[in-house]
Design a protein around this ligand. Sequence first.
Ligand code: FES
Length: 116
Amino acid sequence: MAEEEQQERLVYVCDGGDCSEKGSVELYERLKEKLEAKDPDLEKVKLRKYPCFGGCDCGINITVWPDRIFYSKVTDADLDEIAGHLEGEREPVERLRGHVEQDVEEIIWQLLDSPY
Ligand code: FES
C-alpha cells in the first residue's frame, strides 16, 4: 500500500570513496533521471550527495529523510523500485534495509534531524 500523502523527501546518495568505487556517482545520475521523468523540477524529492554515512562496507548507501529509511547494497537493478517508493507509489524496498549497524543509522538520523 502506498503512502496516503506524499510529503517532500530529502534523499542522499553517498558519494564517499567506497560507494563511489561501487558506482554511486553514476547511480546518482540514473536515479535523478528516473525521478525527473515524473517530477521534472524535483519538487517532491530533493536529491543530494552525501560525503560518507559510515556504513562503507554496505555501500552503495542511500538515505531517505524524514522517513528514516537507510537503503544499502543498492545497485542499478534496485532503482526502479526505489524511485517507485520515493514517488509514493509503493512501500519501501525492505530487502535493502537493515544492513548497516543500528547505531550508524542512528547517528545519521540525528545529523539529518538537526536543523544546523
Ligand atoms: S563511502 Fe559510502 S558510506 Fe562510506
